[in-house]
Design a protein around this ligand. Structure first.
Ligand code: ARG
Length: 702
């Protein structure tokens, strides 16, 4: 027995599962057996008594989770940081633990109220005392970590927990003697895993698999070479054995019903203090002002979610609620992050949300020169679809040619500085590019309550499209198409070959003929199958009238390609009377520009198909410029390309039979996209019917 090691436990006389505050407790209310719990607890107690001195704190009636003394507080030397429980269900334990600590001569530090921290359940010392690992994400707040650093005078490394089954750090992380670490990596976010890997060399990391993790193998008590836990697989026992540890298993399943096991049932009250450690925490904070229809448009929820999901934490310091429907609100949000890198990531996302200003650092955008053509400096700011401004010499400058996934290039011209979105390959040596996240803001039209209403229309909020919903979308799209045509606006279509296979060609042809479409974007296939259908009556060899494959039909599309190649272009084939109807025919006849972008699988291809993708992208961008609406008809590839090139404010309607495609394309986080899951041929036929109805003399009202 090692006299110098003391452990605090609390007998389970009042233990039960009385409420649900973690996923393990679900379905287990009053399902644990007190007798079995007593026996299992005794088992653990006996084992630990062989290796340390075990002190006991008196259990209190009405506080069933008091058995989990790990959550009493965090002890280092003579100091203890008392827990502040996140859930009211456990807050009543605080005074009892506090009394025990005071009676035993500890100096008790108490966190500000409403700043949760759950003691040694969420804070684990490196076993050589070099630093403290502290968890956050479920029970403890990141902002409690600087207090730990200060009061315990130790470096704190913050780890974000992301799997709610492993809601306390000690459920998935266990520092062991000699710098070893037993842990379950998927319970942590990306940055935390990186931090762990930086501090603990690979040969000392014992990463476990899910079956061991859910048996609480990481919730182990380690004294010297002994590791006491509920249960471990043979493989894990062997791995621990190989590096000199002896595993002692002791059943604790009664406590698993409450989400705890060996480590949770103990608190080590003698922790090694290393000589030369000192208080450090790398937590960075910033105050950010949000402005807009924060509540109505849900901006505040989205912003706070972004902070938490991004690995930070927040305090809302001031909230000025706009009283009238039209008045905007403002909020000051204090954001903390475990490191600068995480903070930058969070701020970049908040900027993309619009409505954000960083008053404390009204600074110019940071610019770095392009040193190699087509390559941006590291940490360049990645653009979004939203109108963006950057601050240069104290002035906000609007970025031109807004598009997604570009960099912001700044050039000196006679008319002053010009900032422009550019794709990487277009960056030129000597240009400057915006890096990091200072001095950048996105400008959003304030989303009002009314616009939120129209978002209900979008696929994201509606789930699967019902038949009635398809009709509603068709009505809305028809109405807008009509208005855009009447004011001389621009509608661009991206279309896949499915438009033809599903019988949509005649309807799309009608739309072009009637002046509803001002540009067509697609690939080789849509043109081939359209021409195949208009000249041979089949689409990919299928008879479009009867819906059956035609003998020898699989050669049809190649014959078509060959014939057009002979003519030299689609336009020539139209002029020479080879093509007399269909989508491509109408484009040629009505001077509607089309771009066919090639791909690796294109047969032939058609002479019109642009196989140089860089050129094809430029041509697409040219056709899209100035459009009011984009109809994306069953082509994921071309639609995603178009989506990236298009600034916000352009209405997008995405039609696809595959919900995943619709979700992906409609998810621009803006009110301007509408998705509809349906057969595209059917959609087009409904759309044409609706437009005919709108234009028929009977439909003209007042
Ligand atoms: N039912 C308790 C809770 O949810 C279990 C605590 C387990 N303790 C621990 N250190 N992981 O708070």
């Amino acid at each position: 027995m090692t006299d110098s090691i003391r452990i605090l436990m609390c007998p389970p006389h009042h233990y039960d599962v009385d409420y649900v505050i973690n996923p393990w407790m679900e379905g287990n209310i009053h399902r644990s057996s007190r007798d079995r719990a007593e026996t299992q607890w005794e088992g653990l107690y006996k084992i630990l008594k062989d290796h340390a001195t075990v002190d006991l704190v008196e259990p209190e009636k009405g506080w069933p989770d008091m058995v989990f003394t790990a959550n009493a507080g965090l002890v280092l030397g003579n100091n203890v940081v008392l827990s502040r429980f996140y859930h009211s269900e456990r807050q009543g334990e605080e005074p009892h633990f506090k009394r025990w600590f005071e009676n035993n001569g500890f100096t008790v530090h108490e966190l500000p109220k409403d700043l949760p921290f759950e003691g040694a359940g969420d804070a684990l010392l490196d076993r050589q005392g070099r630093w403290l690992w502290a968890g956050y994400g479920f029970r403890s707040e990141l902002d409690s970590h600087p207090y730990l650093a200060k009061w315990l005078d130790i470096e704190v490394l913050s780890l974000q927990l992301v799997d709610d089954r492993f809601y306390h750090l000690d459920t998935c992380f266990c520092p062991l003697t000699n710098g070893y670490l037993l842990y379950y990596p998927p319970a942590f976010d990306f940055y935390s895993n990186r931090l762990i890997e930086m501090r603990v060399p690979a040969e000392k990391r014992i990463a476990i698999e899910e079956p061991d993790a859910v048996n609480f193998a990481c919730n182990a008590v380690n004294v010297d070479d002994v590791v006491v836990m509920n249960q471990a697989s043979d493989n894990l026992k062997a791995r621990l054995g190989d590096v000199g540890f002896r595993v002692i298993e002791t059943p604790l399943n009664e406590f698993l019903k409450a989400g705890g096991a060996a480590k949770c049932l103990t608190l080590r009250t003698t922790e090694p203090i290393a000589r030369d450690v000192r208080a450090v925490d790398s937590i960075v904070s910033k105050t950010i002002t949000l402005q807009g229809h924060l509540l109505d448009a849900g901006i505040i929820n989205r912003a706070l979610d972004l902070v938490v999901e991004g690995g930070g934490s927040f305090q809302v310091r001031n909230f000025n609620l706009g009283e009238q429907r039209q008045s905007t609100s403002s909020a000051e949000v204090h954001v903390s992050a475990p490191s600068n890198a995480v903070m930058e990531e969070i701020v970049a996302q908040l900027i993309d949300l619009g409505a954000v200003s960083l008053p404390e650092d009204e600074r110019d955008a940071q610019l770095e020169p392009v040193l190699q053509a087509g390559v941006a400096p590291d940490d360049f700011y990645v653009t979004t679809i939203y109108p963006t401004e950057i601050r240069i010499n104290g002035q906000w400058v609007r970025v031109q040619k807004q598009r997604m996934d570009g960099a912001i290039a700044v050039r000196e011209t006679e008319n002053g500085l010009v900032a422009q979105c550019k794709i990487l390959r277009d960056l030129e040596v000597g240009e400057k590019v915006v890096v990091n996240v200072t001095g950048i803001r996105t400008v959003r039209k304030p989303e009002s309550r009314e616009q939120r209403g129209s978002q209900e229309f979008s696929f994201m909020s509606a789930g699967v499209s019902s038949e009635r919903r398809v009709e509603l979308v068709v009505e809305q799209v028809a109405w807008e198409l009509r208005r855009i045509r009447d004011r001389g606006g621009k509608v661009v279509v991206t279309a896949g070959p499915v438009v033809i296979h599903t019988g949509g060609a005649e309807h799309l042809s009608w739309l072009i003929r009637e002046g509803y479409i001002q540009g067509l974007l697609g690939g080789n296939a849509i043109a081939v199958h359209d021409i195949e259908q208009s000249t041979l009556g089949t689409s990919l060899g299928v008879d479009m009238k009867r819906g059956v494959a035609v003998r020898g039909g699989h050669r049809h599309h190649l014959n078509v390609i060959n014939t057009i190649r002979r003519h030299g272009s689609i336009a020539n084939a139209v002029e020479q009377g080879m093509i007399t109807n269909g989508v491509m025919y109408e484009c040629v006849k009505h001077n509607v520009p089309f771009v066919l972008a090639g791909s690796i699988r294109d047969d032939g291809p058609l002479p019109d198909t642009e196989m140089d993708l860089i050129k094809a992208q430029a041509q697409y961008a040219h056709v899209i410029e100035g459009s009011d609406m984009i109809l994306m008809l069953s082509t994921m590839l071309h639609s995603i390309g178009v989506g990236n090139m298009t600034p916000s404010g352009v209405k997008m309607v995405c039609v696809d039979i595959n919900p995943a495609v619709v979700t992906k394309l409609s998810d621009r986080g803006s009110v301007e996209s509408t998705g509809v899951v349906t057969d595209v041929g059917l959609f087009l036929s409904l759309l044409v019917k609706q437009l005919e109805r709108l234009t028929s003399p009977l439909a003209v009202k007042g």
